[in-house]
Design a protein around this ligand. Sequence first.
Ligand code: FDA
Length: 495
Amino acid sequence: MQNTIKKVVVLGGGTAGWLSAALLQKIIGPSISIELVESEDIGIVGVGEATIPPIRHVNQVLGIPEHEFLKQTKATAKLAIRFEGWLREGESYYHTFGAPGKSMAFCHFHHFWQRARSLGHNSDLWSYDLNYLAAEAGKFAPINSKDSIIELPFAYHFDAALYARYLRSISEQLGVTRTEGIVEQVQTHEDGSIQSLQLKDGKVIEGDFFIDCSGFRALLIQQKLGVGYDDWSHLLPCDSAIAVPSERHEKTAPFTRSIARPAGWQWRIPLQHRNGNGHVFCSRYMSEDEATHTLMSNLDTQPIGEPRTVKFTTGRRRKQWHKNVVAVGLSSGFLEPLESTSIHLIQSAITRLAQYFPHDGVKSAAVAEYNQQSETEYLQIRDFLILHYIANERKGMRFWDDIRELQVPSSLTHKMALFEQTGKLDREGNDLFLESSWLQVLLGQGVEPKDYHPIANGMSKEQLIQMLESIQKVKQEPIAKLPTHDDYINGMCAR
Ligand code: FDA
């Protein structure tokens, strides 16, 4: 095997395949050529439709203008996820991309809010969060303010099939070539690294480096290289999803809905032309028929397609990079769609690969570093997802009763205990979820801090309440000036 990496082969043309091809070609440039192999007969999973804010960096890197993106992918804005019934039936809370209050020296805003509560001044934490206020009002437009107190971070909901098609056109403009066909055999070098892929029609595709984006099949990283899988279904037990599109809602909400159900949860993702709906559930507690019935009887608009089932095992590949193969997308692992993290994991995997790109051959230290960073990223997201499930008061439902008794990883119990005892939330390394995310989900799931930082005692009660009220006012002011979410989307798409 030659050392220099000149030819990269991407196996798979779903979101992972085309996003990898586009980003890598753009970042590394013409010193590599990329060939992507996909099979229309196999198709794509096609359900990843909600994202988180770093997706906007992808558009920046690829030079995609906002209005073009919205038009091509029928996208809408996403300011938050509304979790309905997750703590108790009939109650809901938001996990927004914003942050309540404002940044304070030495300790977070919520310590001041907590002190006010201890003094009997009860206010809703989310009333200090512009993302929440805009989401509730159905308003949206990007805000470019120099003042960090009035930021409105957002992501998108989009049509997964249109997104893959759009990424394909961008990749091809960048010089990526596409080959249609089913890979039937994989040839290896003497050292076990991949040499070439052989298609059903006999064509052989050689490469120096391979990106496995073959979805749950994990054709190269698992079927050929057998790296193994850390199965996390004892921690995240949902293993099935039923998805169905329905007519668009009269008004498109700028947030995802996540609604707790007896053995899992239901998503509702509003797009310009339809709603994406799905029911994630654990097959040990509910049959597929029951799950389908639950979904179909809880749609808020008419279905416009047949429900289809996707099975999965939560967990991660033990090595994301092995020999001359990197797994990206579903082939590298899956952590269920609760916080819309999968497409982000594709983005961060390719960014990492670009950083450690083996231009002069695969180096063991780079592989070890890449795998270590990937593992940490997966573990941090895993803990955040588990939190949503375990801290529930949905008593009398077998799935929820059992999940409350789960043996929680010590990394998560520590984080929860620290918050309960001191109100403190320390961001661990590069944890994707900032303190404000942990705060919202902890409080939303009923985990209350018993203390706050003494810095919050540095002002009188009157000063404290005055400060809180002035922040609330500043946060509310922009709402009146924002257009409705639909007006914004329509205006951008008319450009
Ligand atoms: P995908 O399965 O889409 O593509 C695999 C590709 O490999 C296809 O092109 C196929 O043809 C090709 N292929 C396979 N075998 C082959 C062979 N032998 N020869 C040739 N080609 C072959 N993510 C997110 O960020 N937000 C979300 O809201 C959701 N929601 C969601 C819900 C559910 C139920 C699931 C299961 C997943 C999500 N996801 C998500 C995850 C998201 O769907 C996923 O990360 C992306 O679609 C990427 O999928 P892949 O491209 O990895 O596989």
